[in-house]
Write a protein that binds this ligand. Structure first.
Ligand code: SAH
Length: 501
């Protein structure tokens, strides 16, 4: 390995940890020091080596924000200590990333460096809002402009020339001076009905999109409570190619755990729908119980280990990691997964399920397992949620299997302020309420009265047992997912256009 220190200026991408480049991620994992900015998703830092030093240099709006000189000083100082330093910046480092100042410092101090590009906020926002930035017939150029000068004030740019280009304009740092920027564009002869899309927190579960014209966008953004970071895209092409998708513009309530179901929200955003989040419960890890610890030592003695949910797989492998062991603890034990998502999660840990039943309910699973794998005398371990019923265990035990079931996680209702949501439910300000489990149904109706749900709001259930729980409360699901997964839930909603009866 070279003895020379190298600084890697890495673009972290706009928000989602999935949007860093492969090379960026590799270098990040090898780094012995990471100096990172405010807009970098800190989840990326979980991927850095445990021994690496992490230095935050982005205290925006704070007295203690390190000046550029201080950041440069830190870089120089650390280059004398470490060999592989990552300077991690949000989006792309070469776009509004103050890269010039840092590159000058590196060159002046003869420090070796490499720049690894990142996905910039403009292209992320465009992709996620379904807006095309250039079009060979209608927009021959795209201009990236800052909405704020270095001192936070409005920038001094030639608005007339900007408008004359007739291309797409993307304002970064757009929130603070939005009203003023729009007015200056109108004053510079931009037609008052020009389309505008503002995207905040692009690629994150909290992503928000506001659409309007140059005349009303600032007001609409204030009304929607848009906060930085956001980009404003202006131009003829600022209509969305998602408009024709069935869930476009729909507001969909997702009942989820506190830690967040980013996957569901992001999948909805990619279809032009808005996720309205209702954090109703939190998950509790039960892998530190004596019962689990005992069984953990004997996993290899079982003929079959069953996982019943993707969450269960996650909690289990966290425990494996903590114990310093790896997937070999299963030895020859076979693994069954209820549901393709559970099997997919297992795959993330490098293991292929031996059995994934086509039908996902416990009842159907028990039936097909008993038929194909004669359970008599077999040792079977069920790793499941504390909320699951004992149906599967009982059915297998009746066939003389030696079944042991252990809860590896549980869910608990949390108290949240639901005043605003209650109003949305009453007034049909949302289009769908989704339920991904019976427990989510119970949590929801602890907070809301079934009668208060506006009749026009449609209800989506993930599967038969969730639907049963709903029916017991007098709620008829508008749709039930054929595939009992989040994708199935989305597909079921996409198939419906009629209001609830
Ligand atoms: N180098 C970055 C830009 C840094 S300037 C890049 O290439 O994206 C900071 C500005 O970037 C923010 O004020 C906002 O306008 C934009 N931005 C960064 N992350 C964003 C996100 N996730 N969603 C929307 N805009 C974002």
């Amino acid at each position: 390995m070279s003895r020379k220190t190298k600084i890697y200026i890495v673009g972290a991408g706009p928000g989602s940890t999935q949007l860093i480049s492969v090379r960026g991620l590799q270098i990040l994992q090898q780094a012995d020091c990471v100096i990172y900015d405010r807009l970098v998703n800190t989840e990326l830092l979980n991927l850095v080596s445990e021994n690496a030093e992490l230095i935050y240099v982005g205290k925006e709006h704070s007295e203690n924000k390190p000046s550029q000189e201080n950041i440069n000083r830190i870089i120089i100082e650390k280059s004398q200590v470490y060999k592989k330093i990552v300077r991690l910046k949000g989006g792309d480092p070469m776009i509004f990333g103050r890269a010039s100042e840092e590159l000058k410092c590196l060159i002046d101090n003869k420090i070796d460096f490499e720049i690894i590009p990142g996905i910039t906020a403009a292209s992320t926002a465009a992709a996620l809002a379904g807006v095309v930035l250039t079009d060979r017939n209608t927009a021959s150029s795209v201009t990236f402009v800052t909405g704020q000068a270095a001192d936070g004030r409005e920038v001094d740019i030639d608005f007339k020339s900007l408008v004359k280009l007739s291309g797409t304009i993307v304002f970064y740092m757009a929130v603070g001076n939005m009203q003023r920027i729009c007015q200056r564009l109108i004053d510079s002869a931009l037609p008052a009905d020009t389309n505008v899309v503002v995207v905040a927190d692009a690629s994150l579960p909290s992503q928000k999109i506001v659409r309007g014209t140059i005349t009303d966008i600032a007001r609409k953004c204030t009304e929607s409570g848009i906060e930085p970071p956001a980009v404003m895209i202006i131009g003829k092409n600022c209509f969305s190619w998602f408009e024709k998708l069935p869930l476009f513009g729909k507001k969909i309530l997702i009942t989820r755990d506190l830690a967040g179901d980013a996957e569901f929200a992001c999948k909805l955003a990619a279809r032009g729908a808005h996720a309205v989040e209702y954090p109703a419960f939190q998950l509790r890890d039960l892998t530190d119980t004596q019962e689990f610890k005992e069984i953990f030592k004997t996993i290899a003695d079982f003929d079959w280990v069953f996982f019943t949910s993707p969450r269960g797989v996650k909690f289990f492998f966290r425990a494996v990691e903590k114990s310093g062991k790896d997937a070999r603890i299963f030895a020859v034990a076979k693994i069954a997964c209820i549901g393709s998502q559970t099997a997919g999660e297992l795959d993330n840990f490098g293991l292929k399920a031996d059995l994934v039943p086509a039908v996902y309910t416990s009842e159907e699973f028990a039936k097909s397992f008993i038929k194909d794998h004669n359970p008599a005398g077999k040792k079977i371990l069920l790793l499941r949620s504390a909320l699951a019923d004992s149906e599967l265990m009982e059915k297998l035990a009746r066939c003389h299997a030696q079944v042991k079931q252990v809860s590896i996680y549980s869910a608990e209702k949390v108290k949240t302020d639901v005043t605003a949501l209650a109003e949305q439910i009453r007034t049909e300000a949302i289009d769908w309420i989704t339920f991904a489990s019976s427990f989510a149904v119970d949590c929801f109706f602890e907070d809301f009265d079934a009668k208060s749900i506006n009749k026009k709001i449609k209800i989506a259930s993930i599967g038969p047992s969730t639907s049963d729980t709903l029916r017991k409360l007098g709620i008829k699901p508008t749709v039930e997912a054929a595939d009992h997964t989040i994708d199935g839930l989305i597909e079921a909603m996409e198939g419906v256009t009629e209001p609830r009866q």
